[in-house]
Design a protein around this ligand. Structure first.
Ligand SMILES: Cc1ncc(COP(=O)(O)O)c(C=O)c1O
Length: 467
């Protein structure tokens, strides 16, 4: 089970046999031992800590009393509770790094990008949404293959408010996620009378999109990217008649480029001139930490674009829910196919999502996740910027450090030896490019895992740069 990212990284699990005060005290001892709480550090008040952990104040009071009695903490009347100066057990990171102990599988930490943090316990909002589902009669009729009308209306409202993408329920299809949306779009585009279906794709890019195109029997045409995303001039090499291009303009996956307005317009013009459809994957636009998310390409050419959204980066990838905005002819073709094959998104899931949107819980949970990721984005940028150029900072759940491909491989190997799985750009690259780098996904990790993984990575980079 992951730990919640509270300020002291304390995991509290009601199914644990230890009492809650013992768990809190153990968590604080561990934080002192690993140096996350240093001598003299002031602890949060018992009220603040219990609020943060969702526990009764008496639990935190009992834990503090215990630790004061054991000599870990010092209570200063009227001023708070502090960490005492305790001699540390000396640990040598260097030694343990040079002679790595093969970590147990459960101890491995993955820096794979794109996985969000999910709370170890259901939030009250999640419970409420499902209570709403549970107290409604079971859905008796076959559902609308485009998705529930109320949900589509709420998604249209969400996209207008948060993405400046003004659309309506009739242009929206509820999906089970972005990859499903891409599949539905390719299926609908397959009916056009093209000799060979070609999907143009960013390289490096999202592997699952390329795998799906191949699975559908489409040829894949790689288009290079740079720090501003897809290189528009390279579209000249796309074979004529290519019916679709898949792009991630708001935060190129995985290299992090933000496509500026000039390129967006040029891409829109290219689609108009060639009759191609832009499939815009807006997979993580909820998470922007400095500037607001860039406007969508879809709004520039709504008649030639399909927009994909997903809850995979917010609620979790296992929920399987997403949405697409598409021109009317594609919506009709897609709903026809779905009706024919009975491909209906689950009604209870749609109901729960409707409740989350209706009650404002979606917005609240996005805001609180954004606070966590913003802090991590800054910590990663501060820790890695001295080792090279960073890309994708200020957005999403991952950052790329540009490195020579061989160096990136070496760093990934050292990290793997120390229990940290770190992808390189090579994982997302199909045809060779000179670009190399490591992809640091920080979304899914509990606070202590995040700190540990970052330390392993910084040590590896430091060793490489001094050797
Ligand atoms: C670029 C990109 N798009 C979309 C997704 C999510 O896809 P889905 O909604 O099918 O889970 C991911 C997940 O890793 C991704 O990296």
């Amino acid at each position: 089970m992951g730990m919640p990212p509270n300020s002291l990284s304390i995991a509290v699990d009601r199914s644990d046999r230890r009492t809650l005060p013992v768990q809190v005290a153990d968590g604080i001892r561990a934080a002192i031992d690993r140096g996350a709480l240093v001598p003299g550090a002031r602890l949060p008040s018992t009220r603040a800590l219990s609020d943060e952990l969702g526990l009764a104040r008496a639990v935190a009071e009992k834990a503090y009393e215990q630790l004061i009695a054991e000599g870990w903490l010092d209570a200063r009347r009227g001023s708070g509770t502090y960490v005492r100066d305790i001699p540390h057990a000396v640990r040598s990171r260097r030694t343990s790094r040079r002679t790595p102990q093969p970590p147990l599988p459960s101890e491995r930490i993955s820096l794979r990008p794109g996985i969000p943090w999910t709370p170890p316990r259901a939030s009250e909002a999640w419970r409420r949404a499902w209570r709403d589902v549970g107290t409604s009669p079971p859905p008796g009729a076959y559902p609308d293959p485009a998705g529930s009308l109320e949900l589509r209306r709420r998604i249209a409202d969400l996209l207008g408010r948060t993405r400046g993408l003004h659309t309506d329920a009739d242009s929206i299809v509820v999906t089970t996620g972005s990859i499903h949306g891409l599949d539905l779009a390719l299926g609908a585009l397959s009916t056009t009378d093209c000799v060979e279906h070609v999907l143009a794709l960013e390289n490096p890019g999202y592997r699952a999109a390329a795998a799906l195109a191949a699975h559908r029997g489409w040829a894949v045409h790689d288009v290079p990217v740079d720090r501003e995303g897809l290189v528009i001039e390279s579209l000249r090499s796309v074979p004529p008649g290519a019916p679709a291009i898949y792009v991630t303009p708001s935060h190129q996956y995985p290299t992090g480029g933000l496509m500026p307005i000039g390129r967006r317009r040029a891409l829109a013009d290219w689609a108009r001139q060639t009759g191609s459809t832009i499939i815009e994957d807006d997979y993580d636009s909820e998470f922007r930490y400095g500037i607001a998310p860039l406007p969508t390409v879809t709004e520039l050419v709504p008649d030639r674009a399909v927009y994909l959204g997903t809850v995979s980066k917010t609620l979790g990838a296992g929920v399987r829910l997403g949405w697409m905005v598409a021109p009317p002819a594609l919506v009709d073709r897609i709903t026809e196919t779905r009706r024919a094959i009975g491909d209906h998104p689950s009604v209870p899931i749609q109901h729960a999502m409707t409740a989350l949107l209706r009650d404002g819980e979606w917005d609240r949970s996005v805001r609180s996740a954004r606070r966590i990721y913003r802090a991590r984005d800054r910590v990663v940028a501060a820790a890695l910027s001295r080792f090279g150029e960073l890309r994708g900072v200020g957005a999403g759940l991952h950052t790329v450090l540009v490195l020579d491909p061989a160096v990136a491989r070496e760093i990934a190997t050292v990290c793997a030896d120390n229990g940290v799985d770190l992808p390189t750009l090579a994982h997302s690259t199909r045809s060779p490019t000179s670009d190399g780098g490591i992809v640091v996904g920080y979304g899914a990790l509990a606070e202590d895992q995040f700190e540990r993984a970052l330390q392993v990575l910084v040590d590896a980079l430091h060793d490489r740069s001094v050797s």
